[in-house]
Design a protein around this ligand. Structure first.
Ligand code: HEC
Length: 310
């Protein structure tokens, strides 16, 4: 805990000291500098109205996000950032590669395949709910569904399929739903994310996720950015802090600490709890928007889930 506080002490100090208004103005200028999403790109469609080019905004953000990591670790192949902390932690990597030779998620993938293939009582199957029969499509998630005005994650789509076929939705986070997700991800390995920001509502969901990522919370008053950017590559107790670029490619993960396969949102809960913040519900709007933001920031990486972690 001491180390954790010392890593972030400097950032904390900046906040404690910032009492008079000139400091506040400086802090505000700093914040604006780092939040370049404020320089809005417009499209001239000839009508005299200015339209914001949402997709371009996000691409610009993603370019800066990636550069943050690649400029700090030019020795790492940028495509390798889909391996999380193992892209930068050479000691941990060796052990991880050994584990991946007999991957602990193998049973989950096999069971997921069986669950995926069993028809519902009405004769319909999961494969009827998804494009391409659900095979090799994980890279299309999360997407913004315009008709329902929400970010649809893979897990949400699996449960939507169940409800459509008069089945109880699964509980989120672990168990059968993550086994099915593991199987579907496995069939999508090596595919690049294929994501988009179709309209203003989608862009707002993206911005909500972005805001979540940069907002301080909890008793420790820390944001995702404080650790996964500010302390990137540093040690927090026994753990090296990995990049957020690539956070969403390898889910679901088999975590030794969980002794089972679990979801990305389950990890979000842990990271929220680690700063003593109240976590949100799995698959809540907040976490789905956060996943949308993190995925769009990692959109030029390839899917490699499921994966194993400590
Ligand atoms: C106190 C520091 C800290 C904060 C704050 C924090 N994390 Fe983490 N997080 C870690 C550490 C340490 C790990 C384990 C090493 C790694 O994978 O980076 C981790 C792991 C993760 C992982 C798993 C990565 C993988 O490859 O399996 C995800 C996803 C994640 N964090 C997301 C977040 C998000 C989103 C936030 C903000 C809500 C956040 N974290 C806030 C320290 C933090």
């Amino acid at each position: 805990m001491k180390k954790l506080i010392s890593v972030l002490g400097i950032v904390g100090l900046m906040f404690l000291v910032g009492c008079d208004s000139s400091d506040k103005n400086e802090a505000k200028a700093e914040a604006e500098k780092s939040d370049k999403v404020l320089d809005v790109k417009v499209i001239d469609d000839g009508s005299g109205h200015e339209l914001i080019d949402f997709q371009q905004q996000v691409l610009d953000d993603a370019k800066r996000f990636k550069e943050f990591y690649t400029s700090r670790r030019p020795d790492v192949d940028p495509a390798d950032f889909n391996n999380g902390v193992y892209a930068i932690d050479s000691a941990g990597r060796e052990q991880w590669e050994e584990i991946e030779e007999f991957p602990p998620y193998e049973f989950a993938v096999d069971e997921g395949k069986q669950l995926f293939e069993i028809p519902f009582p009405n004769g319909q199957k999961y494969s009827d709910c998804f494009k391409n029969g659900g095979i090799g499509i994980r890279q299309n998630f999360p997407y913004y569904e315009v008709k329902s005005n929400r970010v649809v994650t893979l897990e949400l789509a699996i449960n939507d399929c169940r409800v459509l076929n008069h089945q109880q939705p699964y509980e989120y986070g672990q168990g059968d739903i993550e086994k099915i997700a593991a199987y579907m991800s496995f069939t999508s390995r090596g595919k690049k994310f294929n994501l988009s920001v179709p309209n203003e509502a989608a862009y707002n969901a993206y911005l909500a996720g972005k805001k979540f990522f940069y907002s301080r919370r909890g008793q420790l008053n820390m944001s995702c950015e404080n650790c996964h950017m500010g302390a990137f590559g540093k040690m927090l107790r026994a753990d090296m802090v990995g990049p957020a670029y690539g956070h969403t490619t390898s889910s679901p993960i088999y975590r030794a600490a969980w002794e089972s396969i679990g979801s990305l949102h389950k990890r979000y809960v842990e990271c929220n709890k680690n700063v003593r913040a109240k976590p949100f519900a799995l698959q809540s709007e907040e976490y789905r928007n956060l996943e949308y933001f993190e995925s769009l920031m990692s959109a030029d990486l390839t899917i490699n889930g499921p994966s194993s972690r400590k």
